[in-house]
Ligand binder design. Structure first.
Ligand code: FAD
Length: 402
């Protein structure tokens, strides 16, 4: 059994699996540790409750890794328009692909589809090993970089440990890295719904008093929803009867997609703003939700995590080519400088939008509706917003740029 790798990635969700694939593709030996082995054969009859609206930047990353064909084979849903409404006023924003050279603004992808595609790719590589259901019980410095002791007693070492173990990262805690942030006292209620009107391959969003309600178009004609609600209301709607839920959702949607006629299992996730005080420590780095968690109102959390992944892949591949140590302070400092500021801007923007749409005083509603309509009529501003939302801004890692 091998006990030495160049990099160990802890957490095989969509961000960790991306890092592992990107490094293994370039001949860097990687151990990918995850709580469990995710399913690779997915039932066609239902949808994962967790879906992500992937920007073109994220799609470029998947294409660059070679994972995109496998993800597409399992099923993705392109969206060509995005329509955003202020439920309390008359503000409206419409984005489409006419200003871009892309056929679509992005893709709605089930998280399990992306993870399955990435794991298949990783397991086909000669440079990777998967270790499941053997949690890390200790992390310690080592002459190579770091040593992890697993519950089974096995010890593995690497020049660098990358933690991608999500919002409640135990690796981050074991390394003593603190976080700053606050709970939103809101939950994101997610489910899949059927509607009487066609979704027209459009992502719809309506800002309401408690938070935004988004309808994301799925390939089978249904829509995946993310409905931000105060904690008590989210629990009420998660647990109420189907009839009551359909009525409440139809009313909240303002008839955007007609009547809501069917709903799958419902789940609700607490929403927080959380940012790690540091993204790195000696021979250690955080990526994805382990480093930052943001409000999902513009669906940017996974996209931001994939940019972390692409950035750290680029820097580590460069270090390997230049025969520099992978876990060196120089490499880690560059990673932190590159990603921390960018993520903070995105998180703060989401937070400001959340606060701005949480106010229902008429002067504020009128002002923000005026602002939305003004952006909608300005070709320059609209193009700028569109590029940002599609993940096509400057300073991105090479993998994210086609
Ligand atoms: C309601 C809601 C809607 C969202 N919608 C969008 C959207 O439309 N677009 C978007 O970009 N983002 C969206 N997000 C955010 C997005 O889901 C997350 O940012 C993304 O899933 C983070 O991926 P990750 O790989 O960093 O973490 P996770 O997906 O949490 O993966 C962590 C992985 O680590 C494993 N793990 C955990 N602990 C350990 C351990 N101790 N040892 C080993 N393995 C471990 C887990 O099993 C898992 O595989 C949404 C979030 C919410 C709450």
């Amino acid at each position: 059994m091998v006990d030495q790798y160049e990099v160990i990635v802890v957490g095989g969700g969509l961000v960790g699996a991306t890092v592992a694939c990107g490094l293994a593709n370039k001949g860097i030996s990687v151990a990918l540790l995850n709580k469990e082995n995710p399913p690779r054969i997915l039932p066609q009859s239902d949808h994962d409750l967790r879906v992500s609206a992937l920007t073109q930047g994220s799609v470029n990353i998947m294409k660059g890794l070679g994972a995109w064909p496998e993800i597409v084979r399992r099923g993705v849903s392109p969206y060509r328009d995005m329509r955003v409404y202020d439920g309390a006023g008359n503000g409206c924003l419409h984005f489409d692909n006419t200003e871009t050279h892309f056929q679509e603004l992005g893709f709605i992808v089930e998280n399990r589809v992306m993870v399955a595609g990435l794991w298949d790719l990783f397991e086909s590589s000669d440079c990777g090993e998967v270790i499941c259901a053997d949690p890390v019980v200790a992390i310690a410095p080592h002459s190579l970089g770091r040593q992890l002791t697993l519950q089974s007693g096995r010890c593995i070492k690497a020049a660098l440990v990358i933690a991608a173990d999500g919002q409640h990262s135990s690796m981050r805690s074991q390394m003593g890295i603190g976080v700053r942030g606050w709970p939103y006292h809101q939950q994101g209620l997610v489910t899949t719904v059927s509607t009487t009107k066609d979704h027209q391959r459009t992502a719809w969003q309506r800002f309401l008093e408690q938070g935004p309600l988004a309808f994301l178009p799925l390939r089978n004609g249904q829509s995946s929803i993310v409905w931000t609600l105060g904690t008590a209301r989210a629990k009420e709607y998660r647990d109420c009867s189907e009839v009551d839920f359909l009525a409440a959702l139809t009313a909240a949607s303002g008839g955007l997609l007609g009547e809501i006629t069917g709903v799958a299992t419902r789940a609700a996730f607490p929403l927080t703003f959380q940012h790690a005080n540091s993204y790195t420590a000696e021979a250690f780095a955080l990526v994805g939700d382990a480093a930052h968690t943001m409000h999902p109102l513009a669906g940017q959390g996974a996209n931001a995590g994939l940019l972390d992944a692409a950035a750290i892949i680029e820097l580590l591949v460069q270090a390997k080519e230049r025969r520099r140590p992978l876990g060196s302070a120089h490499v880690l400092r560059r990673y932190e400088r590159w990603r921390k500021g960018d993520n903070l801007v995105m998180m703060t923007t989401m937070d400001l939008l959340k606060r701005m749409y949480g106010v229902n005083d008429q002067p504020v509603v009128q002002l923000r509706s005026w602002g939305m309509n003004m952006i909608n009529q300005s070709i320059v501003l609209k193009k700028m917003f569109n590029q940002y939302a599609m993940g096509l801004r400057s300073g991105l890692p090479k993998l994210a740029v086609k």
